[in-house]
Design a protein around this ligand. Structure first.
Ligand code: ZN
Length: 291
């Protein structure tokens, strides 16, 4: 089952909602970064949050979520574009914490003190950056708080990651519901009430509900239409040529040292963990390019 995003609008135009399945994305993030179970859930939630935000973008726009907390994971990052391409990184993939029977203890791993930054590249001269203090460190609530306070868009966010026996991601997904300007208060109240009744997202995910299935649960009493579906995938924009220019920026002295003393260079992409190696000859040839 592939990962994808579904976007809906209520028929009366009061609310829009986005739901995603991110099982493969969260699992690939875990695998690439070697995250332990608690870190996997935290990273999976952030990746899911980013995928949801991607549903609000258009054209060449990009968006990144960055969490800096005082917990053992320290720094988590996930970035997306309007085409459903997502990549992620984590400063410390080993939380050292154990999940309990009822809780993945994400807030302890992220930290209760810190910031969520939302960085948007909307194709303008400067990128936009909005920041809020972490509310709970559970990520979903923090993202909802950002939308509601920083963007003045009342929002509800639910993010879920379920692990299998080996700590792999068995299911992941989430939804984002946003009230649109001049929305009908009765419709909004109906959905708010329903949100308190629906089973926890993780149990809907375990039942293998599709993104549309999850939205149908939440919007049971409110007619809606599906606006868009977008496939989601892990994609990192790194490539050899870009890594080469990073090496060139080190300067002639350092390149010569790498070539002669280290016998070459090896660079790991922080997002996808792809390793790019450059032989002694390649590195020394680069110094010629700097003449
Ligand atoms: Zn990469």
């Amino acid at each position: 089952m592939k990962d994808y995003l579904a976007k809906i609008l209520t028929r009366d135009g009061s609310l829009r909602a986005i739901a995603v399945r991110t099982t493969l994305l969260a699992e690939e993030s875990r695998r690439r970064h070697g995250a332990d179970p608690v870190a996997t859930v935290a990273l999976g939630r952030l990746v899911t949050g980013a995928a949801l935000c991607g549903g609000t973008l258009k054209g060449e726009q990009r968006l990144a979520l960055l969490i800096e907390g005082d917990g053992p994971l320290r720094r988590l990052f996930a970035e997306t574009d309007a085409g459903g391409r997502v990549r992620a990184s984590i400063k410390c993939p080993i939380s050292g914490l154990l999940p309990t029977l009822t809780d993945y203890t994400v807030a302890n791993a992220v930290g209760k003190s810190g910031f969520l930054h939302v960085i948007k590249d909307l194709g303008l001269k400067e990128s936009y950056r909005g920041s809020v203090r972490l509310q709970t460190g559970e990520i979903g609530e923090d993202l909802a708080y950002y939308f509601t306070v920083s963007e003045q868009t009342p929002s509800s966010v639910s993010l879920g990651v379920c692990l299998g026996e080996q700590g792999e991601v068995a299911a992941a997904g989430g939804f984002l519901i946003q009230a649109l300007p001049d929305g009908d208060e009765e419709t909004i109240a109906l959905v708010e009430r329903r949100l308190r009744e629906v089973p926890p997202l993780t149990s809907l995910l375990k039942q293998k509900l599709t993104p549309e299935g999850i939205l149908a649960e939440v919007f049971r009493e409110v007619p809606f239409r599906i606006e868009q579906r977008i496939d989601l995938c892990f994609h990192c924009g790194c490539h050899r040529q870009r890594i080469r220019s990073v090496l060139l920026s080190l300067g002639k002295e350092e390149l010569r040292r790498l070539g002669e003393e280290e016998g070459g260079a090896s660079v790991t992409c922080e997002f996808c963990k792809e390793i790019y190696t450059f032989s002694r000859e390649e590195v020394l040839r680069m110094t010629d390019a700097l003449d």
